[in-house]
Design a protein around this ligand. Structure first.
Ligand code: MG
Ligand code: MG
Length: 255
């Protein structure tokens, strides 16, 4: 069921989104060569705790997962696409990191992700991150009253295709509100003019995941959580929680 939020709920979700933005900024600030993924998780935990927010990631166990998720962020490095579990791995020069974070504040949820490089970046990684950001921007721009979910999906997919990047077919964005994952599903590719019509108060997480190798298939790592590219190519993932409003798309997870 798709829940349309009141304007008061949108404002409350904006506050949750601010906490997510602060946590992601803290993670990025903490990230560097030699820093472990668990240390990045600690940086995000501190922000959530100080804000009085809870993590929708910690203990989360969707049907595909073998174990409850043990952290408040996902850290997906290099060929990891999404759902990477923070480990003792220490970041190396040139790594590409995608960090996904959620926060629940006063019963409302925010969800966002960033991709960035550590140390000396590879030019190809910067191009991949730029294409992923462009796909997200196109998806957000399409999230307008009267448009359809297929318009958002098509906008994202067009950018990925032009960039020559693959995207994992089974994963995409989602409605969000009191829960992290609500209806509707927001695929990262689709046909324009199809699907749910967008209304004022609909809130969706838009999250392109681009794989540089151009394949759409992926594999699950032995930990049962991390999705990786099949060809070892690198991946990027950027996400915002976005409200559809009469005034245009409102990004709820900006700083
Ligand atoms: Mg997310
Ligand atoms: Mg999400």
């Amino acid at each position: 069921m798709v829940e349309i939020k009141t304007d008061a709920a949108l404002d409350a979700m904006r506050e949750a989104g601010r906490v997510v933005a602060r946590a992601l900024a803290a993670v990025r600030e903490a990230a560097g060569v030699g820093v472990s993924l668990k240390e990045l998780d600690e940086a995000a935990r501190t922000v959530l705790a100080e804000a009085g927010a809870r993590s929708p990631f910690l203990g989360y166990r969707p049907s595909f997962a073998p174990t409850p998720f043990p952290a408040v962020i996902c850290t997906s490095v290099n060929d990891a696409i999404v759902h990477g579990v923070p480990t003792d791995y220490r970041l190396r020069d040139g790594d590409l990191v995608s960090v996904d974070c959620g926060a629940r504040l006063d019963g409302w949820t925010g969800d966002a992700a960033v991709s960035f490089t550590v140390g000396t970046p590879r030019p190809a990684d910067l191009a991949l991150i730029a294409a992923t950001q462009q796909a997200l921007d196109a998806g957000i721009a399409a999230a307008r009253v009267g448009s359809r979910i297929g318009d958002v999906s098509h906008a994202i997919g067009s950018v990925a295709r032009t960039a020559g990047c693959g995207m994992p077919a089974d994963f995409g964005g989602h409605g969000i509100g009191r829960s992290m994952h609500e209806d509707p599903h927001v695929p990262n590719r689709g046909r324009p003019g199809r699907g749910l019509r967008l209304r004022h108060g609909l809130v969706i997480a838009i999250e392109p995941m681009l794989m540089a190798g151009g394949h759409d298939d992926y594999r699950t790592a032995p930990d049962g959580w991390t999705l990786c590219t099949v060809d070892g190519s690198r991946a990027a993932h950027i996400e915002h929680t976005v409200a559809v409003t009469e005034e245009g798309p409102r990004i709820l997870t900006l700083p």
